[in-house]
Design a protein around this ligand. Structure first.
Ligand code: DGY
Length: 338
C-alpha cells in the first residue's frame, strides 16, 4: 500500500452535506460546484482536469469520452447507490475505480416507497388539495374512498437491500402478503417473510401494489410498459423509487388515463427532470422529485461513504463499495506502490 504523500485534490460536483465535506477537507484540497443546477459539461471537464478524485452526483454523465479525457483520475465516487450515470466498464478498462453508496439509504428509500403507497392509496394529495380549496363543507360517507393494505398483495420487483427493507415493513407492519421477482429466488427471505417467488407476469397479475427496486440496465429499461400495464389489476397501484426509464412513461400516462390501473406514485422520471406530456394533468398519480433517499441521516451517511471511498483510494486502500472490484488490480498496477 502506498502512503498518501501529498494533499490530493477533490472536485465535488454539487453542494453536499457538510459531514462528507468536513471529512474530505481534513485530508484533501476540496473544490465544490456550489450551484443548485448541474455543472455544465465544459466546467466539469475543466475541474476534473485538475482533480485527483471526483465526487459525482447522479446528474453527471461520466461517459467513455469523459473518462478517456481524464485518465489521471484516481477515483469517481458517486453519491448514490445507482451508477447508471457512469460508464463503469470504460472506467475499469482505464483502471479508474468507481464507487457508490450502498447500505446507508435502504431504510430511507423503503420508507419513501411506503409513504408513496400510503399517499396514493389513501388519496392524501387529492384530499389535501380539496380541503385547501375550501370544498370541504360536510362529512360524507363516500368522500375520498381509498384502498387498504391489510391482507393485500405487495409485489416487489427486484429483491435487493431496498426491496427487502420494504418487504419487512409491509409484511410485519402492515400485514401484507409479499410476492417478489428477482433473477434468483431467496429462500431465506421467503421463510422469514412468508414471501412467494413468482415471475414478473404473475406478480403483475396478482399484486395490489407493485413496487420497483431494480437497477437501470438494458434488461430493465421499459420493464413496465403497455403490455405489463395490461396485466395489472384495475385496482392496483404502481410505485417507482428505482430509476425512471424502468417505466415507459408514455405508457404509464395512457394506463392511468384509461384507468387500466388505479394509480401510481413515482419519485423518478424517464427523462429527468422532464416529465412525459400529460403526467401532471392526472389526478391518480403522485409525483416526487427523486427524493426517496432524502433524509438528513441517509444523505449525511451517503456523503460520508463517498468521501471515505475517496480517502481510501488516496491512501492506497481498497474502498468498500467498489462497483466493479476487478478494477482494483488494474488501479494498483497503473499506480505502483511508492
Ligand atoms: C440512488 O442512490 O441511486 C438514489 O437514486 C439517489 O439517492
Amino acid at each position: 500500500m502506498f502512503k498518501q504523500k501529498k494533499k490530493y485534490s477533490v472536485f465535488v460536483t454539487r453542494a453536499i452535506p457538510e459531514a462528507g465535506l468536513q471529512l474530505l477537507r481534513k485530508h484533501a484540497n476540496v473544490r465544490v460546484w456550489n450551484q443548485t443546477s448541474p455543472i455544465p459539461g465544459k466546467e466539469l471537464y475543466r475541474e476534473a482536469a485538475r482533480a485527483d478524485g471526483l465526487f459525482t452526483l447522479l446528474t453527471e454523465k461520466i461517459d467513455k469520452k469523459f473518462l478517456r479525457a481524464n485518465k489521471h483520475l484516481k477515483i469517481v465516487a458517486n453519491y448514490a447507490v445507482g451508477f447508471d450515470n457512469i460508464d463503469v466498464p470504460a472506467a475499469t478498462a482505464l483502471g479508474i475505480p468507481v464507487t457508490n453508496t450502498p447500505g446507508v439509504l435502504n431504510e430511507a428509500v423503503a420508507e419513501h416507497a411506503l409513504t408513496l403507497m400510503c399517499a396514493i392509496s389513501r388519496r392524501i394529495v387529492e384530499a389535501d388539495r380539496y380541503v385547501r380549496s375550501g370544498k370541504y363543507h360536510s362529512w360524507q360517507s363516500m368522500l375520498f374512498l381509498g384502498a387498504d393494505f391489510f391482507g393485500k398483495n405487495l409485489g416487489i420487483v427486484g429483491l435487493g437491500r431496498i426491496g427487502i427493507s420494504l418487504a419487512r415493513r409491509a409484511a410485519q407492519g402492515l400485514g401484507m402478503k409479499i410476492l417478489y421477482t428477482d433473477p434468483r429466488p431467496n429462500r431465506e427471505f421467503e421463510r422469514h417473510y412468508d414471501a412467494e417467488f413468482v415471475k414478473l407476469p404473475e406478480l403483475l397479475r396478482r399484486s395490489d401494489f407493485v413496487s420497483l427496486h431494480v437497477p437501470l440496465l438494458p434488461s430493465t429499461r421499459h420493464l413496465i410498459s403497455a403490455k405489463q400495464f395490461a396485466m395489472m389489476k384495475p385496482t392496483a397501484y404502481l410505485i417507482n423509487t428505482s430509476r425512471g426509464p424502468v417505466v415507459d412513461e408514455k405508457a404509464l400516462v395512457r394506463a392511468l388515463k384509461k384507468r387500466l390501473i388505479a394509480g401510481a406514485a413515482i419519485d423518478v422520471f424517464e427523462k429527468e427532470p422532464r416529465l412525459a406530456p400529460g403526467l401532471t394533468k392526472l389526478d391518480n398519480i403522485i409525483l416526487t422529485p427523486h427524493i426517496a433517499s432524502a433524509t438528513v441521516t441517509a444523505r449525511d451517511n451517503m456523503s460520508l461513504v463517498a468521501a471515505q471511498s475517496i480517502l481510501d483510494v488516496f491512501s492506497g486502500h481498497r474502498p468498500k463499495s467498489l462497483v466493479d472490484p476487478a478494477v482494483w488490480r488494474k488501479f494498483l498496477a497503473a499506480r505502483p506502490v511508492s
